[in-house]
Ligand binder design. Sequence first.
Ligand code: MSP
Length: 639
Amino acid sequence: MSKYYLTTPIYYVNAPPHIGHAYTTIAADAIKRLKRIQGFEPVVLTTGTDEHGQKIERAAAAANKSPQKFTDLISNEFRQQWKTLDLQTDRFQRTTDPKHAKVVQDLFDRCVKSGYIYKSQYTGEYCVSCEAYVTDAKPGDPCPDCGRPTETVTEENFYFKLSAFGDRLLKFYEDQPDFIQPESRRNEVIAFVKQGLKDVSMSRTTIKWGIPVANEAPHVFYVWFDALSTYMSAVDGEGLWPADLHLIGKEILRFHAVYWPAFLWAADLPLPKKLFAHGWLLFENDKMSKSKGNMVRATPIKEALGADALRYYLLREVVFGQDGNFSYEALVQRYNSDLANGLGNLSSRTLALIHQNFGGKIPAGPGDAAIAEASKAAVDAAANAYERLEFSKALEAIWGFIGALDRFIVERAPWNLAKSGDTAKLADTLYTAAEALRIVTALVYPVIPESAAKIWAQLGFRTPLDAIRTADLAWGKLAEGQEIEPATGVFPRADTKLMIEKMKEGEAAELIRQQTLMGAKVEAKTADNSSHISIDDFIKIDLRVGEVKSASAVKGADKLLHLQVDIGEPQPRSIVAGIALAYKPEALVGRKVVIVANLAPRKLRGLESQGMIVAASLEGGNPVLASFLEDVPIGARLK
Ligand code: MSP
């Protein structure tokens, strides 16, 4: 089978990633998984970071770092983000990588050779934020794309004869109507090209932070030429070019649909097969921006509710291609209604009934004919929608089928069949439910891979879900006698209010972490604006030695323990601590710990927490409790 090569944009490293970047990369990851199911081999996904240009140079200066140090730091944040979200990115290409510079230069040389590059003087308005010249603007006019004021620049540049490609582009869009998707975006591009194209600058001399044009100091390559070439440099020499899909946000479509094909034609190289420009993710119906302070990050959502909840929400709630809204409320609602109640219920109910009635072995098929028919219809509808990247439609079709299954189970009432001893009908009912669950699990896998793999394993499959192919989605493939695993809840129900609180708390912490990383002195906001505190400040904190009297797990919170700690008061303190991953409750009893005794009490999971345990918090690791080498009496104060 043939290869499938897809890409995300190469993200700017002027700031760490937020949910908008995660949105594109999550969608790309889902497409990658889909293409594997369809049998493409290999399926390769490139992402990376766009690290040159004035915008980055200025961000580095603002953070008091050299451009290289700064880009190393932020690029790593993106790399980590995809790891944290378990995204299957295969190549992470940085534009500061020497291997990339070579490809950019080669591409440029090919364009020079074919006569599409010339040198000329330019004076005009430039938008630093978009890294683009703005034509017909007066000094200081706002950029038509981002609204920020433009800056006047005069320089001698290399130019690319984009103006020569207008007709060829229009013919190409007509001959390959699928090249730009969705359709509405294609029309915008056609209208733009019809207005006539101006030549584009390929180099800059006023910027140092860029890839030097060979033998042409002080010219460095124009950032968009540099950035677009990444799609090729990431897979240089691997035979994967041309890309089958560039997945991008709508605001950068013009660069991909107009500039990029022209550059490639000039260089006599094959064009990518398809561009898909998705819409913008808004926060509570407003554009997300750093200045508005309404940005959301993905990591705290993953930590609170799981990566699959976020993936499902983004791909179900937002029509792919259109703008969509993010809200914490809607996220938790979707999670509870579709995942916990919908798929989660179907799965635990089916597995539990098979355990109760058939000793944990899949009963004999072939299953109900009408459901088999409905399954085929759902598989077809989902496959068609997936193929057009209509994720929300595909998921709607799958959840429609889950609804039909729920009704089927209620109508058949297997609990009554068990009572009346109608074993044949009971077997048929539960085979139907299990086989349908198998198919649903495979269908949802590209969108919620982690949870789907859990259900898959509970259904008794030993082979990874990743190995599933289209042909496996046919009805009747589930073998009689297959031993299933104990059913454990895959989507525990979330308390909406608590969950939102938890995500918002996580978001606030993540924001501070990112800001600190960017060099901001976030915690230094004391009265005299220095990072020092006085002894009087320190004395306000009542640190005490306590002894753990009892410890127990907190229901529904795998990180929390509920402790009773004696600090020499008439009653021990009730303290809820996030140390369950590091300490077993029984290992803590009798241990001396340090607690902050005068922290305002608060409720966590319905339990009162009257203080905080002091522990070393290791980045990405388990907490380690503060303790003493010598014996210390209960209630002693730390000063
Ligand atoms: N560096 C260029 C792209 C070069 S590609 C050869 C760039 N970088 S960016 O960091 O600004 O990333 C833009 C992309 O991030 C968007 O095209 C989109 O894929 C994603 N998104 C960033 N914020 C977004 C939203 N709020 N909503 C949806 N996607 C967003 O442009």
